[in-house]
Design a protein around this ligand. Sequence first.
Ligand SMILES: [Cu+2]
Length: 127
Amino acid sequence: MVKKSLLRIPHWALVAMLAVASLALVPVALATAQPRQVARSATVVLRNIAFNPSTVTIRRGGSVRWEWRDGTGLAAVYHTLTSIGRDRFSGTGAHDSGSYTVRFLRPGRYAYECMLHVGMTGTVIVR
Ligand SMILES: [Cu+2]
């Protein structure tokens, strides 16, 4: 009976408290539901046998530029840019310098790799 007396809050008061509590949550929910500002384009540098950064996110219609900068001359390391997975894009053969740019028109998750180095992978997320 003692326990029950603790719960002697009128029903309307409980409803009012829940209403206030849910209102307090609304701004947070709206803030997380809004899409974050996504960059129009991104640059990925091929260096140290890796794509840097390995994941980039851009807006639909934007582009990604890859730059081969993994050493020069005899120390140059060759890499390919090879699309894998369901959402594909055209890539390149093996290079040790230069750049390559792809414009992404459709939202999706574009995975890619270097065919010469196991584990050298990257992803372009288009929103
Ligand atoms: Cu490579």
